[in-house]
Structure formats: C-alpha cells, structure tokens
Design a protein around this ligand. Structure first.
Ligand SMILES: Cc1ncc(COP(=O)(O)O)c(C=O)c1O
Length: 432
C-alpha cells in the first residue's frame, strides 16, 4: 500500500499517463527508480511536495525559472494578461514587444519567429538552414539534446563519426540519414567532414556550452573553428541557446564566448515558465520563412499573450536587476564546496561550471565530451540524488543535467545545501 502522497499520486498517474510522466526526464528511473516526488507547488527557491515537504530546488524546471518559482512580477503579468484573453490568433503587442526585447539583447538576431517550445525552435532553424542553403546535411554532436523532433534524435556511437543512427524507435532512417553526429570539442572530426562533403553541409548545430551531457564547456578555439569552417563552405552555424541564453548574463552565451552564429534557437527562460521558444538570425535568412519565403513553419499557440507576458516580465527583471553576479557567486561557493567535501572524503568528483549552472560528475577524468561524461559513476550519482532528496534538496533526476542556481536562492539555502552535501557524501563513503 502506498503511504506517501507522492506514491498515491504516482500510482494514479501510471494508470493514465504513459510511464506516469509527461516527459521522461521527470522519471526517477535514472537515479534508482520511481516513484518520483510529486510536487504541488513552487515558491521562490523551493518546491513543495503533495505532503507539504519543502525542497531547495536546483532543477529550476530544467532551466526556465531563473528568477525562482512564482516571481511576483511574472505572476502579476500573467494575471493581468489572462484577464484580456489568453489567445487571440492575431498579431498582438506582447509578442511584438518580446521579439523586440530579444532582438535588442541578442547580437546577430535581426529577426525572430516565436514558437511554443525549444523543440520547434531547433527543428525550424534546421529546416530554415536547409531551405536557405539548398543543402541537406546537418552536423551535430554526440550526447547533445536538441529537443525531440525526428531529425535530431541522432547521437551515434562514440569515437568515430557515424551517420544516421536514430536514438528513438519510430524515427525512419530517411530522416536521420542526413545528420552526422561527431564528438563535441573535436575540431578535427568536423574538419574531416567538411573536407569530404563541405558543399553538402547545410548547418552545424550545437549548444555553444553544452547543457545536456551535464555542463560541458567548449575548448578554446573550438567554436571559432566551427564558425570558420561553416563560413568557408557556405554552411550556417546554428547555436541552440535554449538553455544558455539569459542564463549566464543578459543575452546569449555566444556573446561571452565571442562567436556569433548565423541562427539561434531559444527557449526556456524567454517564456518565463510558460511555453515559448524562438528562432532567428539575419534578416536575409529570415526572409526564407513563410509568408515571405518558401520555408513553412507555423503555430496556433506561437507568440501567445500569456507566454509573451511571462517571458517579457522575466527578461525585464533580469535586465533591470542583473542578478547574475550574485547567482554566479552562489554557484561558485556551492560547486567549490561540493568539490572540497568530495575530495576530503576521498570521493572522486569533478564539477563543470559556467556561472550559475554546473554539473557534478562522480569521476576524476575531466569531462569534455559525451564519452567522458558517460564514464562518470552513474550508480554513485543515483545514490547521491536519493540522499540529497532525503535531506530536502531537489536535483535533476539525471546525471546528465545541470544544477541551476536561481536569483531566489539565498545564503541560508547555500548553507543548508552544503550541509546536505556533507551528510550525503559521508553516507556515500560509508556505503562504499
Ligand atoms: C539545448 C536544448 N535544446 C532544445 C530543447 C527542447 O526544448 P523543449 O523541451 O522546450 O521542447 C531542450 C530541452 O531541454 C534543450 O535543453
């Protein structure tokens, strides 16, 4: 008999929702098994489960909630907008204001198209790159998640490049045959593809800082090499900044790294916790999109007033309050504190961090690509996750996700989290 609220709710969920979750990343299968905790609400830096138990939240709903849960200005914007109609099916001022805000903040983004998800933003940017170049080949990187559209569910084997192996059943090889997956940070591998088939490459698609094999940073020169190779061959460089834009500073991480892509895919933070995505780039490329051009892309809910209002409110707070330094200092202290405690317990651990996002890998090898990310100890992460949860700290239930610090986290949360880390690492050590 189920004895917690989460168990009871999850038992109901598994009857009517496939696997009990509406996105596989929410299941606890990667960290020791279901049921996941069923959350009732979020407030500031905290999640509260259906039994009223509080957790310090480092999931941030997989990234969007950079201001924390239920930020008063975001909630006020959504409330007042909802009273005027949630969906108009026509152009509306809020979507135009959001597009203006994005174009002002993102270098190289002259025009944008709003979508409802990051998946659509990436999918459409690929279609646009193919339409604009008249070519079909896409280069992506192993272990890089770009949403769940057919064409990007290609990870391929480690090491050598391989073409067109789908990660999901139901994806026909006809769709993935034009997608090549290469090891991240391997400029030579990309160069070889361009040498062999440069005139067939429509685009290189990458996260400039990878968020989906854990946080993995580009090595010096790697992104510059990608930009140069693409430019020389007449291909486009697409940055998937669904996670990274507005996470590390007010703008895309591209600016911090000094490489401006031809196209961006955006999402998460720009919707302030409501469904939103966007893609765009130079106006000359965006002219290919219908109704001006022949590349079709659409969306009943795209640019809806509620998402636009939540996104705008979030971006305005970020721009005006600039919480980034504070978030970075918090994350630096937390990540550093974790590494220190792991080492003093004799537990092999590496932390990859940029600003307010970081990933803890249980292993000593530096993590620079998917192969090295996979080498980290999965079982140990699963046990650590459960121990932290039992101390009231909610981490993403996957070793390949990031810890996201939000503007709502305070010094008391830092101290409590480090206590929980200390306790969990000692327990891990004792268990062997
Ligand atoms: C880098 C990246 N691209 C695209 C997506 C897909 O976004 P969505 O889940 O909004 O469809 C995600 C989602 O996690 C992502 O992390």
């Amino acid at each position: 008999m189920a004895d917690t609220g989460s168990e009871r709710w999850f038992a109901r969920a598994t009857k009517v929702i496939a696997g009990g979750v509406n996105s596989p990343a929410r299941s606890f299968r990667g960290v020791g098994g279901d049921p996941p905790v069923v959350m009732k609400r979020g407030q500031g830096a905290y999640l509260f489960d259906v039994d009223g138990r509080r957790y310090i939240d480092y999931l941030a709903a997989f990234g969007p909630l950079v201001l924390g849960h239920a930020h008063p200005e975001v909630i006020a914007a959504v409330r007042s907008t909802a009273g005027e109609g949630s969906l108009l099916g026509t152009p509306c001022p809020l979507e135009i204001e959001l597009a203006e805000e994005l174009v002002r903040a993102v270098p190289g983004l002259e025009q944008v198209r709003l979508t409802t998800t990051g998946t659509e933003a990436v999918m459409s940017s690929i279609r646009l790159a193919r339409a604009f170049t008249g070519r079909s080949l896409i280069i992506k990187f192993e272990g890089a998640y770009h949403g769940h559209s057919d064409g990007v569910l290609v990870r391929a084997g480690s090491g050598a490049s391989s073409i067109g192996t789908a990660d999901s059943l139901g994806v026909p090889t006809g769709v993935t045959g034009d997608v090549i997956s290469l090891p991240f940070n391997d400029g030579q591998a990309v160069r070889r593809v361009f040498e062999e088939a440069g005139n067939r490459v429509a685009a290189i698609l990458t996260e400039p800082v990878v968020g989906n094999m854990g946080i993995v940073l580009p090595q010096p020169g790697f992104l510059q090499d990608l930009a140069a190779l693409a430019k020389k061959a007449g291909a486009l460089l697409i940055f998937d900044e669904v996670i990274t834009a507005f996470r590390f500073h007010y703008g895309p991480v591209a600016t911090q790294l000094g490489v401006i892509p031809d196209l961006y895919a955006l999402g998460k933070i720009i919707g302030g916790g409501l469904p939103a995505g966007a893609y765009g780039g130079r106006a000359e490329i965006m002219r290919s999109v219908a109704p001006l051009g022949g590349m079709f892309q659409a969306g009943t809910l795209a640019g809806n007033p509620l998402s636009s209002a939540a996104g705008l409110a979030t971006l305005r707070v970020l721009r005006e309050e600039q919480p980034y330094d504070r978030m970075d200092r918090f994350a630096e202290a937390l990540a550093g504190g974790i590494e220190e405690r792991a080492h003093s317990q004799g537990i092999a651990a590496t932390v990859n961090r940029l600003g307010s996002g970081f990933t803890l890998f249980f292993g000593e090898t530096p993590v620079t690509d998917y192969t090295t990310a996979q080498a980290a100890d999965a079982g140990r992460f699963g046990r650590f996750h459960q121990l932290m949860l039992s101390r009231g700290v909610y981490l993403a239930p996957s070793r390949y996700e990031a810890w996201f610090v939000s503007a709502a986290h305070g010094q008391d949360d830092l101290a409590k989290t480090l206590d929980a880390v200390d306790w969990s690492l000692r327990a891990l050590k004792t268990a062997g």
